[in-house]
Design a binder for this molecule. Structure first.
Ligand code: ZN
Length: 237
């Protein structure tokens, strides 16, 4: 199966990679919904992540929001894994035109990839909700309590929270997926919107899905691989 993936990569000229939480799990980042995901964590935070990471929580209970965010979303310790590194190499070769990611950990950029479209934003940057001044993501993680700008406004992460509009990168991702001749979808169950919406824009030749479990789009794929991503991407040239 990995030979077939290699062949599809070799034959394609406009590859787009679309990755979900599974891309980062081998770097030690927890998936929201995976087997060992945030849902199963200790009960310090009783409410579901969908609330903790929502615009409503940020506005109504900022102390709860930042407590959760600082405890769970700090990815600064994480290092790119074999999947991130392979994609950087493929981008340098000119075949891979864009990486569309649902992850907010910045690991593709850490690995050296350039055209990374973060459809849920990033934890690596933040900004003041009043004056829009930009800050590095560190400012939130290193703050005590609610992080404040010099103007007095709350500094929030450049992450798309539940209940918020999708960032500009989402529209760019649609464009890239429309142009692709090979779309590699990896580490996502494709059951959560807007991820499942994005794939609808693909009209190219080959769709490849690499995920531990089956997805609703498997029947449209030229190739489905149900293996850990590290095992697949470490074997590609
Ligand atoms: Zn400000």
């Amino acid at each position: 199966m990995i030979d077939k993936l290699q062949k599809l990569i070799d034959e394609s000229n406009y590859i787009v990679f679309f990755g979900g939480a599974g891309v980062s799990t081998e770097s030690g980042i927890k998936d929201f919904r995976g087997k060992d995901g945030l849902y199963k964590e200790e009960r310090k935070f009783d409410l579901p992540p969908e609330y903790m990471l929502s615009n409503r929580c940020l506005v109504d209970e900022p102390e709860v929001f930042f407590d959760y965010y600082k405890t769970k979303m700090d990815a600064r310790f994480a290092k790119p894994n074999v999947t991130h590194k392979y994609l950087t190499k493929l981008e340098k070769s000119g075949k891979l035109k864009a990486i569309v990611t649902q992850n907010i950990d910045g690991l593709h950029q850490k690995a050296g990839s350039k055209n990374v479209l973060e459809v849920h934003g990033t934890t690596y940057k933040c900004h003041c909700m009043w004056c829009n001044k930009e800050y590095s993501g560190d400012v939130i993680f290193e703050s005590n309590g609610i992080p404040k700008c010099e103007c007095g406004g709350i500094i929030r992460p450049n992450v798309t929270l539940y209940g918020e509009m999708l960032p500009e990168d989402f529209m760019k991702a649609i464009d890239e997926i429309r142009k692709a001749d090979l779309l590699i979808v990896a580490g996502t169950s494709l059951t959560v919107q807007p991820a499942s919406d994005l794939i609808e824009y693909f009209n190219g030749k080959n769709l490849v899905i690499i995920n531990l479990d089956s997805t609703p789009y498997d029947r449209y794929a030229s190739l489905v691989i149900n293996k850990p991503l590290g095992e697949v991407f470490s074997k590609l040239k």
